[in-house]
Write a protein that binds this ligand. Sequence first.
Ligand SMILES: [Zn+2]
Length: 244
Amino acid sequence: MLEVHEVAHQWWGNVVIPAGYQDEWLIESLANYSALLLIEKNKGSKAVDAVLEGYKNHLLRKQADGSTIESAGPITWGYRLQSSLAPNAWHVVTYEKGTWIMHMLRRRLGDEKFLSLLRDIYNRYRFSPISTEQFRELAATYAPPKSPDASLKAFFENWVYGTGIPQVKLTYSLRGLKLVGTISQRNVADDFIALVPVEVQTARQKTVHWLATGSEPVPFAIPVKTALAKAVLLPSDCLMTTSR
Ligand SMILES: [Zn+2]
């Protein structure tokens, strides 16, 4: 992993460079996620999920005062995350949360668009600095146009400029040919609004719906074609924990 990460710096860091210390996470996360894409190619997506699961555990690890490592501060704080309270917070947040941010972005944009985004950054920012906001604006041009949060502003507010890993709960029942339920979150601030992936499964197909969380349980209704449909959260696609 480390070796591949360093090789990935041939592109990210040597050619595309951060605008300031607040943007260094971007280069490290791009390098680390590129390394993860190579692992996926060689070993499959299960191997990637295992790495991400390990990262999540590190981020959720409790410090002496009961707070998580992830809550040390937003990823854009960069080296300022190095405090005596959580001496390894800088590393864990920069590399491991950063990798999660890239992974979540990929899931939001889709594989093809995400890879186009990486190529686009490389071409546009060759030998020139990129800031976090420039990255967001470019990424937003690859977001599905009619999707909620197409500007990715909420995505960046929560995951990049903010802190928090929500514990998400999905409840639903089948009413006629509709999955009717609520999605609720805990462990995050009231203004944390994440889009979380919910997969609706039938014998014939699986469809992912991105549902918004909020300070109160958020109701949803998804039409389905068969009464045998069920809905599950996809914790491998979003930095969250789940509860029943
Ligand atoms: Zn690096």
